[in-house]
Design a protein. Structure first.
Length: 506
């Protein structure tokens, strides 16, 4: 709908649209030397920065203030242009001719000014939502490195990225998603590094979303993923600005969602889920060891319960004789099969995990430790499970905690039950069949056109250079090229020849 020249018609439309909205603030006031023409200002209380309005804008808009500046009204300008040029000191404003856009901006925290006789309005940037500042990281915690985290305000998050990537080629495209929530989103990328086809795919999928509302980055992630039936995430969620900035310089696209303290990084391969910000803050030797430890932990989190069931139920001859006798003696008084032991303890462990998350923090950390000890000891004492099963389930849980990405942990929490089921049915053959099925599924996945198992599969596409940052982390001086995410024309990210010459001289 176009803005009418009649201010009264515009006011009637807006007041009908915002009927029963108690947080709406509106005012009609006279302007000009003769005070015969009127302007109308409207905004949402609580979404605006009151200081900007009350100190920089409203006092100059009121008739008493403008009456002393009659020279403005004698100039050959329209009333709207006069108010824009002489009535406001803020630089962040623009004209708007569409009433629907006026309403959208007001609902987003801006202030709208309509003037009698003008078919345009002025949008004044006054957004100033309540916020909790820049918090510390709560999930992706590091020992050494930045502790800043994204916040719930999208504009704060874009500023954190801009502070880290001071380049005019760092672009931020803003739009809204959701018919009713009209949630602001920002698509961030470095223009010359991002792959054009990846950026085009991201923008196309965002444009085709038609839903009532988006409330969080996780909800948006599910809408833009390629294979929604896979438990493995094809987009990476991070709460760390430094990780998102690093992803931008690798050629990835970051999507920020208003009201969400996380960013979506696109594309994502399984290798990226094992990388942490801390990996590049400490020496390559120790971090290569830690990286290998994470991959080993992922295997144990996925395979250990199923392997225990396959060996104890079908292939006890695979164990050393003394260990086999001890396991048989421990299970002699257990009335249920090994698979039921595992399932009971896994179910108890999952309950304790969820209880620890939902309870208040001071209590949650205690319930996980104390609950695990009490439940495990009681189950062994009651003869329901063997001590070895408690050890297997505890090691599986500990291994899952060593994986640095929660989405990957959740995927392994689900897929390990496939390994348990096939191992219980077919023994060691079922165990390997389950692993092959999972690997086949991973090999079939793509994240915005890139193979999910890269660089372990299709690594030759870039001459296996990405293997330098996979199972181990090579020294930074040797990682001269960007990962596969980047535009091939911008694959080189450092020139280490000067450092090499300097070391040679020393």
């Amino acid at each position: 709908m176009k803005i009418s020249q009649s201010l009264d018609k515009n006011i009637a439309y807006l007041e009908d649209l915002f009927a029963d909205c108690g947080d709406l603030v509106k005012r009609k006031f006279p302007v000009g030397p003769s005070l015969t023409r009127f302007a109308y200002v409207i905004y949402i209380d609580g979404l605006v920065e009151r200081q900007v309005l009350e100190l920089s804008i409203l006092p100059r808009l009121m008739a008493g203030a403008l009456k002393t500046h009659e020279a403005f009204f004698n100039a050959p300008l329209s009333l709207l242009e006069t108010l824009k040029d002489g009535g406001m000191t803020t630089a962040d404003l623009r004209e708007e001719a569409d009433m629907d856009n006026i309403v959208k901006m007001v609902l987003s925290g801006d202030t709208a000014l309509l003037v009698d006789g003008s078919e345009k309005g002025i949008i004044i940037a006054t957004r100033g939502w309540p916020n909790r500042g820049v918090p510390e990281t709560g999930i992706e915690v590091v020992v050494q490195g930045s502790n800043e985290s994204f916040t719930d305000i999208m504009r704060f998050n874009t500023s954190q990225l801009r502070r880290r990537v001071k380049d005019t080629r760092f672009k931020i495209k803003q739009s809204t998603v959701g018919r009713r929530t009209r949630t602001d989103i920002a698509v961030c990328y470095v223009q010359d590094i991002v792959r054009p086809e990846v950026l085009a795919t991201v923008l196309e999928r965002l444009e085709n979303i038609d839903i009532d509302g988006i409330y969080d980055a996780g909800g948006l992630e599910e809408l833009i993923e390629e294979d929604i039936g896979s438990p493995f995430a094809q987009c990476q969620i991070t709460e760390r600005p430094d990780k998102a900035a690093s992803g931008l310089l690798e050629g990835r696209v970051a999507i920020l969602v208003d009201n969400s303290p996380t960013a979506i990084l696109i594309p994502a391969t399984i290798n990226s889920f094992f990388q942490a910000s801390e990996d590049y803050s400490q020496g390559w030797e120790i971090m290569s060891f830690v990286r290998l430890l994470r991959f080993a932990a992922a295997f144990f989190a996925l395979a250990l319960p199923g392997l225990y069931i396959a060996i104890t139920t079908f292939h006890p001859n695979m164990l050393p004789g003394m260990l086999a006798f001890k396991m048989a003696a421990a299970r002699d008084a257990i009335p249920i099969p090994a698979v039921m032991e595992i399932l009971i303890m896994e179910f108890a462990f999952e309950l304790l995990r969820e209880a620890g998350i939902r309870l208040p923090r001071p209590v949650g950390s205690s319930i996980g430790i104390i609950g695990g000890l009490i439940v495990g000891e009681a189950a062994v004492s009651a003869g329901i499970v063997s001590p070895l099963v408690v050890i297997v389930v505890a090691l599986t849980g500990i291994a899952s905690f060593a994986i640095p990405n929660y989405a990957l942990v959740s995927a392994f929490r689900l897929t390990k039950y496939l390994v348990i089921a096939l191992s219980a049915a077919l023994g060691i053959f079922g165990f390997w069949a389950a692993l092959i099925l999972i690997l086949t599924h991973l090999a079939s996945l793509k994240s915005f056109g890139l193979p999910y198992l890269y660089p372990f599969a299709s690594g030759s596409f870039t001459g296996y250079t990405d293997l330098k940052d996979s199972l181990f982390r090579a020294p930074v001086i040797f990682m001269k090229k960007r990962p596969i995410y980047a535009n091939p024309n911008q694959s080189v990210r450092q020139d280490s020849s000067k450092l090499g010459n300097l070391r040679a001289k020393e």
